[in-house]
Design a protein around this ligand. Structure first.
Ligand SMILES: *Cc1c(COP(=O)(O)O)cnc(C)c1O
Length: 356
């Protein structure tokens, strides 16, 4: 399929101070749009000027949440290249989300091609300052004008781009986490393993209450027993207990992060033992009590690695590594960002140029 391009007649002013980009509130000049219509399939892909879209108020995504999305980044390297990190994994995950939400599958290779074309057109929006990047948000919405619960026959696949600031302008600062033992974000058999709007709507209340108590993020426990650890905020989570790296296994309610997968592969390539298994909050608390909780960190595209300084579980407090970043968290952060920004070799072949 050929992508038709309609360029913007006037370009927007780009942010001049890249230290103030923040996250997700500035958008570039163009966007990608491809409709799906029953009988016709995905068709007529276009890159057009970024702007509002017209929807019927009855559009199904507005009522029943038939929506899926992805989150990835483009990185500018010192040599002037612009690279993506394992984009084929994002598109494979998008199709797994599609399957769960009864959305027709997309052509994964074509979707990566669409990302490259769009980023290529808006390449001057990829920021230059260290640690900054261009956030890429592919998403699909159901747009049938119909108030009734059925899988849609008309959808839109769109990609929008947003220049984002360095997550840690002052270096990696461990965060304080609130262990949530009332609300849950997902249950097995539900949609926890896919990136779909409803999961994030379900998480807002707990996040708001944690913030009120000055915690940065929520640690989610399983939806049945409030016993087993699932994720932290919108990141996967790892613990280093007595020298062993442990992360919750993917049992259907946890999002299979690409940073999680890459971190596991990296640590194994370094000869470290990484175990994916059920991990209870009780076990983590006991490890902390016995001085065996060496490190804890979250992983995700936005922050890459987010070290955890403390966990509050009911009236119990766990302090980790004196509130300082641990050696494994630091090494993973350095290695992953080094590969992404091209300052370190990429022996696994994880990055691709948008110009190839
Ligand atoms: C996106 C996301 C992650 C992290 O996935 P990455 O592919 O590493 O960015 C983890 N948990 C949730 C709930 C997410 O939405």
């Amino acid at each position: 399929m050929e992508i038709k391009v309609e360029l913007a007649k006037t370009l927007k002013q780009k942010p001049t101070d890249e230290s103030k980009l923040g996250f997700g509130s500035i958008f570039t000049d163009h966007m990608f749009v491809m409709p799906y219509d029953g009988g016709q399939g995905w068709h007529d892909p276009k890159i057009i000027p970024y702007g509002p879209i017209a929807l019927e108020p009855s559009a199904m995504c507005l009522h029943y949440g038939q929506e899926v999305f992805e989150g990835m980044k483009a990185y500018r390297t010192a040599s002037g290249d612009i690279r993506l990190f394992r984009p084929e994994k994002n598109m494979a995950r998008l199709n797994s989300s599609n399957d769960r939400l009864c959305i027709p599958p997309i052509d994964e290779a074509f979707a990566v091609h669409a990302v490259k074309e769009l980023v290529g057109i808006d390449k001057d929006w990829v920021p230059h300052q260290e640690g900054t990047s261009l956030y890429i948000r592919p998403f699909i919405i159901a747009i049938d004008p119909h108030v009734g619960v059925h899988p849609a026959k008309h959808l839109l696949f769109m990609i929008i781009l947003s220049p984002v600031g360095a997550y840690y302008p002052q270096g990696l600062d461990p965060v304080d986490i609130y262990v949530e033992n009332q609300y849950v974000r997902a249950v097995r058999g539900g949609m926890g393993f896919v990136k779909t709007a409803g999961n994030y709507a379900a998480s807002l209340k707990a996040q708001e209450e944690a913030e009120k108590q000055n915690y940065t993020q929520v640690l989610w426990l399983d939806g049945v027993e409030r016993k087993y650890i699932e994720e932290v905020g919108t990141m996967n989570v790892f613990f280093v207990i007595d020298g062993e790296v442990v992360t919750p296994s993917l049992d259907g309610s946890t999002l299979p992060g690409i940073t999680r997968m890459s971190s596991i592969e990296l640590m194994r390539s370094w000869g470290m033992q990484v175990t994916e298994r059920k991990l209870s909050i009780e076990e983590v608390y006991e490890a902390a009590q016995n001085g065996k909780l060496d490190e804890a960190f979250g992983t995700g595209t936005a922050a890459v690695i987010s070290p955890i300084g403390s966990l509050k579980w009911g009236d119990k407090m766990m302090h980790i590594n004196d509130g300082k970043i641990g050696p494994i968290s630091q090494r993973l952060y350095d290695e992953l960002t080094g590969i992404q920004f091209g300052t370190k070799p990429d022996p696994m072949g994880w990055t691709v140029s948008i110009f190839d």
